[in-house]
Design a protein around this ligand. Structure first.
Ligand code: UT7
Length: 329
């Protein structure tokens, strides 16, 4: 048994002001509000303003999470930002967040696992805390993903949005009092053989350009349903739990049909699933913490609840995480 554990003590979010409705997209590409809603569940997405960068979104979400956690900035000694859309190729977006928050100790770095990024970042931070390398971590998923879109490609441009979500993980001795709280497990996977079904056709070393998203939607959909199902089972089996033990499924928000099929697989009623795809679309690494933040803010998710995260994205990379929210009072 680990002698330390990571308690999730705060969650924050930020969505850019501008909202783009499906009806506006229908003026740009050959699509319709009806098609987008039926096939994906998306009605609108937020779009970052000109001059508003991923770091700006991440800083706002981080600030919100620190306030909710009632934690002073100088207690944070690890910042992990999951993003596929960093402000610049280097330095990391995380170091910008660190500077903006006035934090001068500890480490800050980005990780890149596209839509699975938040669960990858959570895993890394949890392990830093468990090994004693860090005490308190900000784990952020932040994206200006719409900047990677080809606005002439209706099969991708209707699917994504911008936003950021953040959680504060607090290191604690693994006493009896907190033993059932915090990050109970994370399970990560990747399979590089599937890289061609979801990728960006550019990059600093290949084309010298940023590139645009390319996706074989049906293929990704099939992998998503099977791999997310497997990684949910893995989390439950590892913890000796059954689906009925889960208070909330907080899934990646890529397609409402995928979310519903995970709920069905778990025999979980839809009112036990946090679904915000309708308003956010797919915000990649930000989608899971944005959904968690919404669930906490509207009073559905509360301290002591057992929450299951899952996500899959380009790579393919996917994972799950099981967390008991908050800490004993
Ligand atoms: O976050 C990373 C993980 N990503 C995902 O999990 C996404 C997984 N994939 C999906 O969510 C779905 O595959 C999509 C929403 C992307 C597409 O839904 P689909 O039911 O798989 O549609 P499809 O790609 O098979 O296309 C069906 C039809 C095609 O027309 P034809 O060939 O039947 O005439 C497409 O050309 O729908 C057409 N289509 C559209 N029509 C109107 C594709 N995009 C659009 C559109 N508006 N935006």
């Amino acid at each position: 048994m680990n002698s330390r554990r990571s308690l999730l003590v705060g969650c924050g979010a930020y969505l850019p002001e501008r909202i783009l409705e499906n009806s506006e997209l229908a003026k740009i590409v050959d699509t319709s509000d009806d098609w987008i809603i039926k096939r994906t569940g998306i009605r609108q997405r937020h779009i970052a303003a000109d001059g508003e960068f991923t770091s700006d979104l991440a800083i706002r979400a981080a600030h919100d999470a620190l306030v909710k956690a009632n934690m002073a900035r100088d207690q944070i000694d690890l910042i992990v930002v999951a993003t596929t859309t960093p402000d610049e190729t280097f330095p990391s977006t995380a170091t910008k967040v660190q500077a903006a928050l006035g934090i001068t100790k500890g480490v800050a770095f980005d990780i890149q696992a596209v839509c699975a990024g938040f669960i990858y970042a959570l895993t890394i931070a949890d392990n830093f805390i468990k090994t004693g390398q860090s005490n308190n971590a900000l784990v952020i998923g932040a994206e200006t993903f719409t900047r990677l879109l080809d606005w002439n490609d209706r099969s991708t441009c209707v699917l994504f949005g911008d936003g950021a979500g953040a959680v504060v993980l607090c290191g604690h001795e693994n006493t009896d009092e907190v033993a059932s709280y915090g990050v109970l497990s994370t399970h990560l996977h990747s399979d590089g053989r599937q890289r061609d079904i979801l990728y960006v056709d550019g990059g600093p070393s290949s084309t010298g350009t940023v590139g645009q998203v390319r996706m074989s939607g049906k293929e990704v959909y099939k992998h998503a349903v099977s791999k997310l199902g497997e990684v949910i089972d893995e989390a439950l089996e590892f913890n000796g739990l059954s689906p009925s033990d889960i208070d909330w499924l907080v899934p990646h928000q890529a397609n409402r049909r995928i979310i519903e099929s995970m709920a069905k697989k778990m025999s979980l009623p839809l009112d036990k699933v946090i679904c915000c795809i309708e308003r956010h679309a797919n915000t990649s690494a930000a989608s899971v913490p944005l959904a968690l933040s919404e669930g906490i803010n509207d009073g559905r998710v509360s301290s002591g609840d057992l929450v299951l995260f899952e996500a899959i994205g380009g790579g393919l990379a996917w994972g799950s995480g099981l967390v008991k929210i908050g800490q004993p009072v």
